[in-house]
Design a protein around this ligand. Structure first.
Ligand code: MCN
Ligand code: CUN
Length: 796
């Protein structure tokens, strides 16, 4: 019998030169995770720790008339009850969001969404804190809620953000990209124009672990330590320093193991600030952990774009231009996390994988009485919405032209020789060979055979659909010259130390939430300096122990921090070469590097290993002139460009004509993320993302009633997919390295979530072709599919 302990944690073999892409190296972190030995925020227990619970608004929009906390304060186990008014006295009632808006930490004047933070209780235990919430009496004067983004700008809509000076409407921002006049000119000459309303509903990242923290302020040395669910510990630390006035070196942010992030753990939530305030006031450690309903109702949502797409083409299917008008629902505060110059994230890549003559997007964002957020759920900064728009509208064009959707795409792809390709909205796609990837997916699917099967089934009245989607992402934010968040440049630091015995520690500024960084970053370093991955410890998620950098989101870890890890290892290797030249008494130019050692050119027997060199670097005896002892280096990597991973997805569905139930029968996913570091981890990322896509296409949506009540406050009401709803994934890959990344790797973490929803929806719409249906909005629940089959449009 194989026991867990006997399982190889690391299959890397010293004699194998290729730790990158090497077989299926198991994850170094899994022995602790699969035994339940991960250490999460809620596992942190400190002596004298108190517990914080938050009172949340039961209504979507109301003026706060009064808050009576006297009964809660009288509870024997309660240590403090704090309201918005208390925070306002200290100037802490409002905090900046990652989009330069402000958000209430605790409501003072009004509540603006159901679930908003109104007051908090700190008590001896979690139960007492929760009980005492019931004793707080808030008198609300109910106001009309703004629930539908389509009516948010109507003159009679209540003004949500009257806290902002001079604000008289619910307008959040306008944004545009591309060339309006040039696009209009192309549309005017086109043979065919297809227009379609397309909604990407509000959905939830729903990580297994909810958000929370433990704040511990030590009065003696004035140091605040915050264990927190954060995908970006360094960025969070800087924001806390700016908000609280505590000096930055006296703040230590630690993100321990995270039970999934999916973008949910990028924003700074009021609960974190409340716990910090409580610890500052009481001088004790304070824990806050939200429960599942709090997470579902109040934390960062994803999507909520109401889009109108238009595509112009010749009658034989050459796509000429794409135009889109978007209404973006940002909720009550603009809490979107996106580089400052990109208020709509990277939605600008809505031109997809196609070579166009012109493109234009106009967007209006509005405030509504809903929770803030917008960038989450593996979106690559809103590329989910962009890819859904373009891949749906291209299918609408195929429908109108009666062309095969795969053929239509093949006809319009950017060609390999056009890279680097500058899109009509200004993005420079680094590399790609789209047709090869598309053809591989068609071959794996047996595309022609599937179409034959479909024709036979249609003749028998059976509903089978084949959905095709092709996506390109722009990930790895980003070049400092045009990307920053709250003024912080989007570069990443990396530090590598090789110890005397040849074991190493690499320190990262990014933070894994389940993606396997402890394994893959060790692999990157191993590839460059020849120390086995098992001998390389990856340290991350602790601001006192890692170099500054902006964290993990937008699949930026591999493109930015992965590049930093490769380059810092090369820097160490360069120093090792000089030390080796001293050890072997030859010039640096006479040395060759193989398998973790330097040898004299033409004489493989006179060699020193990286481990020998490490010992010499730290040991007694002379080093070459000008070389200091030790074997370590640090760098900060500023990416030259984003990386552009892509993929071709084919989904096969069967729809029951009697019940409108959709069964996803097959799903073929061919991804190209350039150089593949760990094929097994990549496969895991893709499997997870494909499951997300099936979830969004078939069942996920955060719904509200007319009063602004959130109808998805539990996992009974907000459905997420399980193994039962998904098929056995069929994955494949092509490899087109990024020309500017040191090891040619592109991001993969969000690819499948981005690419799969349109594949599933395209398949369902294809199945419904006999009903004359060109489009239906997600989530395609049986009732929505049924309505579509009866000729009823999707309700908003
Ligand atoms: N990888 C690889 N070869 C490549 C590219 C990536 O082996 N060419 C590996 C990486 O080394 C890393 C993983 O794949 O271990 C994902 O890498 P990358 O694409 O760089 O993405 P990030 O590490 O930056 O992860 C962020 C991304 C995002 S933004 C969301 S949202 C998401 C996702 O990752 N959240 C996740 N995948 C998730 N997976 C898990 N388990 N949990 C989450 O919360
Ligand atoms: Cu958009 S979700 Mo991920 O970038 O953390």
């Amino acid at each position: 019998m194989t026991t867990l302990d006997a399982r190889p944690v690391d299959k890397f073999d010293d004699n194998d030169q290729k730790p990158i892409g090497h077989g299926r190296m198991l994850r170094k972190e899994d022995p602790r995770f699969i035994r339940g030995l991960g250490k999460y925020c809620d596992d942190i227990q400190l002596p004298g720790m108190l517990h914080l619970a938050i009172l949340r608004s039961p209504v979507a929009h109301a003026r706060i008339v009064s808050v009576d906390i006297s009964a809660a304060q009288a509870h024997p186990k309660v240590k403090a009850v704090i309201t918005g008014a208390d925070l306002a006295e200290k100037g802490l009632a409002w905090m900046p969001t990652l989009s330069n808006d402000v958000q209430a930490v605790l409501a003072t004047d009004k509540v603006r969404f159901q679930g908003q933070e109104v007051a908090f209780v700190v008590a001896e235990d979690r139960y007492a804190a929760r009980d005492a919430l019931e004793l707080i009496d808030v008198d609300y004067d109910i106001l009309d809620p703004v629930v539908d983004a389509r009516t948010a700008l109507s003159p009679d809509a209540a003004v949500i953000r009257d806290d902002l000076e001079g604000k008289t409407d619910n307008h959040c921002f306008d944004w545009e990209t591309g060339d309006e006049a040039a696009t209009e000119a192309v549309f005017a000459k086109a043979d065919v124009v297809v227009k379609q309303d397309i909604v990407y509903p509000r959905v939830h990242p729903a990580p297994m672990e909810t958000c929370g923290c433990v704040a511990d302020y030590e009065r003696v040395d004035g140091k605040l330590t915050l264990w927190t669910t954060s995908q970006a510990p360094h960025a969070h630390r800087t924001v806390y320093a700016l908000v609280s006035g505590l000096p930055e070196h006296k703040i230590r942010v630690i993100a321990p193991d995270l039970g999934g992030g999916f973008g949910n753990k990028v924003p700074i939530y009021p609960g974190y600030v409340c716990a910090i305030v409580a610890s500052l006031v009481l001088g004790k450690p304070v824990k806050w952990m939200e429960d599942r309903s709090e997470n579902l109702v109040s934390t960062g949502f994803a999507r909520d774009y109401i889009m109108q797409g238009e595509i112009a083409a010749t009658k034989d299917g050459k796509i000429l231009a794409i135009r889109t008008n978007v209404l973006a629902d940002h909720g009550a505060f603009n809490g979107t996390a996106a580089p400052v110059k990109y208020p709509a994230g990277f939605f600008g890549v809505f031109t997809g994988s196609y070579d166009l003559e012109a493109a234009y997007c106009k967007m209006t964002a509005v405030y509504t009485n809903k929770a803030p957020g917008g960038v989450a759920y593996a979106c690559s900064f809103r590329i989910t919405e962009a890819v859904y728009l373009v891949e749906r509208i291209v299918d609408c064009l195929a429908y109108e032209l009666e062309m095969d959707p795969a053929e239509l795409r093949l006809k319009n792809f950017i060609r390999p020789e056009q890279f680097p390709y500058k899109s009509k909205t200004g993005w420079v796609y680094d590399s790609g060979d789209y047709a090869t990837t598309m053809r591989l997916s068609m071959k794996m699917a047996g595309y022609d055979e599937l179409r034959r099967e479909q024709a036979e089934k249609r003749a028998r009245g059976e509903l089978m659909g084949i959905g095709v989607a092709f996506f390109t992402e722009a990930v790895g934010a980003g070049p400092r010259k045009d990307m920053d968040i709250l003024g912080l440049g989007m570069a990443d630091g990396c530090e590598l130390r090789v110890h005397p015995t040849g074991k190493a520690v690499v320190r990262l500024s990014v933070k894994t939430q389940g993606q396997g960084h402890e394994t893959t970053f060790a692999q990157i370093v191993a590839e460059e300096i020849g120390i086995p991955p098992a001998d390389i410890e990856v340290v991350h998620g602790d601001t006192d122990n890692t170099p500054f950098g902006l964290g993990t989101y937008g699949s930026r870890s591999t493109p930015v921090s992965g590049a930093a890890a490769a380059l810092v290892a090369r820097k160490v290797r360069d120093k090792a070469r000089i030390i080796a030249s001293g050890m072997l008494e030859v010039s640096v130019a006479d040395l060759e590097w193989t398998k973790g050692s330097f040898h004299v050119k033409g004489d493989p027997t006179s060699a020193v290993t990286i481990q020998d060199i490490a010992m010499r670097a730290h040991g007694a005896g002379d080093l070459p002139d000008g070389i200091e002892g030790g074997l370590e280096a640090q760098i900060c990597y500023n990416p030259e460009n984003l990386t552009y991973p892509y993929g071709a997805y084919i989904c096969v569905v069967d729809v029951d004509p009697g019940t409108a139930q959709v069964k996803v029968r097959r799903f073929i996913a061919v991804d190209d993320c350039g150089t593949r570091i760990n094929p097994m981890i990549i496969e895991g990322q893709v499997h997870g993302g494909l499951t997300d896509g099936v979830g969004m296409a078939l069942m996920e949506m955060i719904a509200f009633d007319e009063e602004g009540n959130c109808l998805g406050g539990s996992l009974m009401d907000y459905l997420i997919p399980t193994a039962l709803e998904v098929p056995d994934w069929e994955t494949g890959f092509t490899v087109t390295p990024s020309p500017h990344h040191p090891i040619g790797a592109k991001g993969i973490g969000e690819s499948a979530t981005v690419g799969s929803p349109p594949a599933v929806v395209n398949a369902i719409v294809d199945a419904l072709k006999p009903y004359g249906i060109r489009h239906a909005d997600m989530p395609l629940t049986p009732s929505r599919v049924w309505d579509a089959m009866q000729g009823h449009p999707t309700p908003p």
